[in-house]
Design a protein around this ligand. Structure first.
Ligand code: FES
Length: 109
């Protein structure tokens, strides 16, 4: 896959339908890539509560539920929206070029 300095290519945009999510590796980190209403969002893939793998949870609209203690995050805003989670996830910029999805190597500051 082609990478550039700031972004990592993680797959074909057409390979993900609305409502799907998957874990991708970005610069050594686990990132959760989601497609909601045609747009891609990428937040940290590891729950900020006790490190549950969010890709093993469920995505309903823009809310992902952690499979461990069922805390929730909004994948558009990265915010924790249901306990026991209270810290936001990192968020990465995402762009689509030539039908390929690219995720920023570094989370947004
Ligand atoms: S590890 Fe995710 S809610 Fe506890």
């Amino acid at each position: 896959m082609a990478d550039d300095a700031a972004f990592v290519e993680v797959g074909d945009a057409d390979a993900m339908a609305d409502g799907e999510m998957r874990q991708v590796r970005v610069a050594g980190s686990r990132v959760l890539l989601c497609r909601v209403d045609g747009r891609f969002h990428a937040i940290g893939g590891v729950c900020t509560h006790e490190e549950g793998t969010l890709a093993d949870g469920e995505l309903d609209g823009d809310l992902v539920t952690c499979p461990v203690h069922f805390g929730q995050f909004n994948v558009r805003t990265r915010e924790a929206v249901a306990p026991p989670c209270d810290l936001p996830e990192p968020v990465h910029d995402v762009k689509v070029e030539g039908g390929r999805v690219l995720v920023a190597r570094q989370p947004r500051a």
